[in-house]
Design a protein around this ligand. Structure first.
Ligand SMILES: NC(=O)c1ccc[n+]([C@@H]2O[C@H](COP(=O)([O-])OP(=O)(O)OC[C@H]3O[C@@H](n4cnc5c(N)ncnc54)[C@H](O)[C@@H]3O)[C@@H](O)[C@H]2O)c1
Length: 371
């Protein structure tokens, strides 16, 4: 085993606190620190997880000056992602950031450039790429069991009027945070998004619509993909649509197809020819992880199962330890992460461009492909 030891600070202690114990359990971690603006949260979590007080920060900028911090994992509200990611890379820290990478094409581009200059690891911590369902489908695709992929479809339907979500989410344009619906479709085809046509559907209440000047209840997009004849379709809504939470992908092949379950915990469906339809439970992915963190795939290991993102997040499919493992392995092995800046920028810009298309009556928009 590689003996390298890493000190990581996690910034943002809502969803972010889920990662404390996973990092602490990883054999290549020297120490875990936290950063949040709330002093009481720091005191409470430092005690609960036995954290070194010297690695507990109230101000993000203070982390940047610390030579003993190797890596920063950002889990702050979306408008902070770009600023913090660029500052972290510029301070020569390996940098992981929750989704989405940023809110504008310019910021995505700036992060790609900052990552190149810093020559450190960047990873967008996209849970949808490490769910047991997605890893199962990816295996079907890569082992040839699906045959030729003919079509993919994704959705992320959420009701963010539920109490507990931060104020800035109200009226958030659906596709500006489209990565959960889009990333699996691009990854399973092993390519990037090329162009998009997106339509806005329905109308939000005036109170929500005026916040971002974005009137649509639903945004639904079709993407052409680079060097591929497959079209990907993705749908996203956050308010004023009644449906149980759904964060899904479907993939249709010449030999086999996979469809996400209709209701949570109802079972997914495999089609393997003719009129056959098999209801399946996808296997856990603990065997893909080092033993020290393998058990964190289980729902009961979630530290705060009442956090809204988990209640509405379908449990994130056991993805959290995979994200930690991949980020740390990339650092230890001196390689790019699986969701490096150029990949994350394309996946995020696919959503940003989709929203732009919706705002322009479904005009086709070219999506930047960062190489
Ligand atoms: N499945 C997923 O990938 C997933 C799930 C949930 C949340 N997220 C992402 O995680 C991020 C946080 O979401 P959340 O629901 O935990 O939000 P939250 O509001 O519950 O928590 C945000 C945290 O960030 C801290 N914070 C805010 N500004 C800060 C600053 N300037 N410096 C230091 N700390 C600061 C706050 O104190 C708080 O602890 C969002 O970007 C969201 O998109 C992703």
């Amino acid at each position: 085993m590689n003996e390298k030891k890493i000190t990581v600070v996690i910034v943002g202690m809502g969803f972010g606190k889920e990662f404390i114990q996973i990092y602490q359990s990883h054999p290549n971690i020297k120490a875990v620190g936290i950063c949040t603006r709330n002093k009481e949260t720091i005191t409470e979590l430092a005690k609960k997880f036995n954290l070194d007080k010297n690695l507990c920060f109230e101000h993000f900028d203070d982390i940047l000056e610390r030579k003993d911090v190797d890596a920063i994992h950002i889990v702050t509200p979306v408008p902070e992602h770009a600023r913090m990611t660029i500052a972290s890379l510029n301070a020569n820290k390996h940098t992981a950031c929750t989704i989405p990478m940023a809110m504008t094409i310019e910021d995505c581009k700036a992060i790609v450039e900052a990552k190149r200059k810093a020559n450190k690891v960047y990873m967008m911590m996209e849970t949808a790429l490490y769910t047991r369902e997605f890893l199962y489908g990816l295996h079907l695709a890569e082992s040839g069991k699906l045959g030729r992929i003919q079509f993919v479809r994704g959705s992320h339907i959420q009701d963010m009027s539920m109490e507990g979500w931060a104020e800035y989410w109200k009226g958030f344009p659906p596709m500006l945070n489209g990565t959960h619906a889009i990333s699996p479709l691009l990854r399973i085809n092993n390519t990037k998004a090329d162009t998009v046509v997106c339509h806005g559907s329905g109308r939000l209440s005036d109170d929500l619509a005026k916040r971002y000047g974005s009137p649509f209840a639903v945004e639904t997009a079709t993407f052409t993909l680079k060097n591929s004849d497959v079209v990907a379709e993705a749908t996203r809504s956050l308010f004023d649509v009644v449906r149980q939470y759904r964060e899904s992908y479907d993939v249709y092949g010449t030999k086999m197809s996979f469809e996400w379950e209709q209701l949570q915990d109802e079972q997914h469906v495999l089609f393997d020819g003719g009129e056959n339809a098999l209801r399946i439970d996808v296997p856990d992915t603990d065997e893909m992880l080092i033993p020290e963190i393998a058990h964190y795939t289980r729902r009961e290991k979630i530290d705060d199962p009442n956090h809204v993102s988990f209640l509405q997040g379908a449990g994130h499919g056991g993805s959290h330890p995979h994200l930690v493992q991949e980020f740390l392995n990339a650092i230890i092995e001196g390689r790019n992460s699986a969701v490096d800046a150029d990949v994350a920028a394309n996946y995020t810009c696919a959503g940003i461009c989709a929203h732009e298309s919706a705002m322009n009556n479904g005009k086709r928009i070219s999506i930047p492909i960062f190489e």
